[in-house]
Design a protein around this ligand. Structure first.
Ligand SMILES: C[S@@+](CC[C@H](N)C(=O)[O-])C[C@H]1O[C@@H](n2cnc3c(N)ncnc32)[C@H](O)[C@@H]1O
Length: 216
């Protein structure tokens, strides 16, 4: 067996206290999401956002695409790490949440780096493919039913050496539950098998609900 420690709440606090501080607007957005009740779980974890920030800074990425904005925590975190010329396009069908997200982007003074699109993920990706758009980093974090479709389309939108990152692929550990008949668990398992069968390079990073990290 591989050697990994269990990360409990105390360790999480320790990790945060020995890492870069969050931006004040990141803190505010986390508080806002907590006030939303159970849907706060839609936000990626702070550790996942920290990882995205590290990747963007260290690889000098400046062109990102995201499917699944929600209230904007992942978008904001990525935008804060992009240099001044960096850009991110984020897609979500939810018009109300888009207004909330944009207010946070404005507050953090990063709105100029972010283009939001309120539309269906598949339709938006088809349009981008038609327009020959390419990205250095693509984050997929939207409806699980469409993950395979988002993944296949994203491969066409990825620059050489670009990274394709997909969230929720461990599905709270349910992917190893052989008795689960839950529809979404089945969808995630099918998606993971699809990635496994594809020729792309891949690693699973077990932070948050699990990131699939893929590159050509
Ligand atoms: C898990 S949340 C995204 C969380 C966000 N990345 C964050 O860290 O805060 C998923 C989002 O996908 C959006 N979504 C669901 N189905 C969609 C679709 N067919 N097209 C576009 N967006 C969709 C939802 O409106 C929701 O805001």
């Amino acid at each position: 067996m591989d050697k990994n420690i269990n990360i409990d709440h105390k360790l999480i606090e320790y990790i945060f206290s020995h890492s870069n501080n969050l931006h004040p607007v990141q803190k505010e957005l986390i508080k806002y999401n907590e006030s939303l009740g159970h849907i706060k779980r839609l936000q990626i974890s702070i550790l996942q956002a920290n990882f995205l920030q590290f990747i963007i800074k260290s690889r000098k990425i400046n062109n990102c695409l995201e499917v699944g904005t929600f209230t904007g925590y992942s978008t904001l975190s990525m935008a804060l790490s992009l240099n001044k010329n960096g850009k991110i396009l984020t897609i979500d069908k939810d018009k109300e949440k888009n207004i909330i997200a944009k207010n946070f982007f404005k507050k953090a003074k990063v709105l100029y780096k972010i283009k939001t699109e309120t539309s269906n993920g598949n339709e938006a990706l088809i349009k981008l493919i038609k327009n020959n758009k390419k990205y250095d980093l693509i984050l997929i974090d939207a409806d699980k039913e469409n993950y395979i479709s988002y993944f296949d389309k994203s491969l066409k939108l990825l620059n050489k050496n670009g990274l394709l990152i997909v969230d929720n692929i461990l599905w709270k550990g349910e992917v190893t539950n052989i008795y689960s008949r839950d529809k979404l668990t089945q969808k995630i398992k099918m998606f993971n098998q699809h990635v496994k069968n594809s020729k792309i390079n891949k690693y699973i990073l077990p932070i948050g609900d699990g990131f699939y990290i893929c590159w050509k």
